[in-house]
Design a protein around this ligand. Sequence first.
Ligand code: NAD
Length: 445
Amino acid sequence: VELVAATAPKITVIGTGYLGATHAVCMAALGYQVLGVDVDADKISRLTSGEVPFFEPGLPELLIKALDSGRLRFTTSFQEVADFGDIHFVCVGTPQRAGSFAADVSYVDAAVTELAGHLRRRALVVGKSTVPVGTAARLAELIRTVAPAGGSVELAWNPEFLREGFAIDDTMRPDRLVFGVSSPWAEQRLREVFAPVIGQGSPVMVTDPQTAELVKVAANSFLATKISYINAMAEVCEAIGADVHDLALALGLDERIGSRFLRPGLGFGGGCLPKDIRAFMHRAEELGVGQAVAFLREVDGINQRRRARTVDLVRELAGGDLRGVRVAALGAAFKPDSDDIRDAPALDVASSLHQLGARVRVFDPVALDNARRAYPALEYGQSTFDVATGADVVVLLTEWSQFREIDPAALRTVVARRRIVDGRHALDPAHWRAAGWEYRALGRP
Ligand code: NAD
């Protein structure tokens, strides 16, 4: 990628978690001068010393390069950030509020208030976090009243669609860039800063800030619906002995439907889809259009039932009682190629099995440290074969490629009983059955 001109805008990134750290590193890789800020001083010192505090393929190498180039720095000072930046990207978290479906926007409010209080020069503040529609308008007003540079600071919304595990590629070559702007100046600044990405062929969609905010939650709601749709079909298949795996393949061949996000199994989790659809329901109700997205409650319900049904399947395979049953749980992360365990279906299932009396041992290629911290009552092992040794039931909960490649003939030599629940439809049943395993998956005979 070509280095950006010396007159290029200086960039700051506020909140350096999964999204912010990736964005900061990628912007520096594109040639910009970048300053990242976070309230978590430990995170800032780790990033400064070249350590990515989470698992993301390729990011550690790119972070070191960016630090060595002198283009990327980190700080905990908002004063420094306000003085440095022409464009400020807001990437702080918006988790589900405890005891409610609503998004907790207090981190966004705090970050923007803190930044605005120091803004003494013309700047563009760009929200990237996923927020309830209407947040941008509220923040624009807040900036106008709080910022010393007042009227010369503008707010835009540029929702982020990156996927953990593909974060760098998704940042450098996104399917689309959405610019929610209130002026030609803001659009021009965003076009300028994303010029290297646009040059690689990513289409730009320019709209107003509220539509931009909505694009993100609407996209996540659609994806969640697609997953729950096929999982609802799995429930029907189970009732009649049909095979949802074949059904999904046949549906996916229809170009209007498409095969992606149509894989049946344990369902979705993570720090985005579950909380985003809930926040959307909450926000729609506030706006008086709750009915319009009431179907998302079903989408959420179908998804939650998958977890309970997976627990049932393990219990059935174990003979109806989980007490004292040794279970090897393969996977902890909410999806492969990530160490993110936020609302992870795998750990939800593992912990339910544990609560029902099973002796659960969990293995995950990268998420073990996070899992241990969040679920200290579970047992953990160092490899697939380690946790499977002596197991009465093996249950695949996250479809890491190394689990797909397990040799059933080799694994059968260490388990106590050859029984496997494939929670992700990741294995070939014929292959496993031929090796003497009792194979079960939701929605398959
Ligand atoms: P995260 O929890 O990994 O990171 C959030 C960071 O913000 C943390 O490091 C936290 O310390 C920091 N922070 C909190 N308050 C702050 C403040 N006042 N000032 C500065 N920093 C502050 O979360 P994430 O996964 O990076 O998600 C961030 C946002 O991006 C969310 O709205 C999320 O929905 C959205 N998003 C995430 C992804 C993803 O794959 N992770 C993808 C698209 C969109």
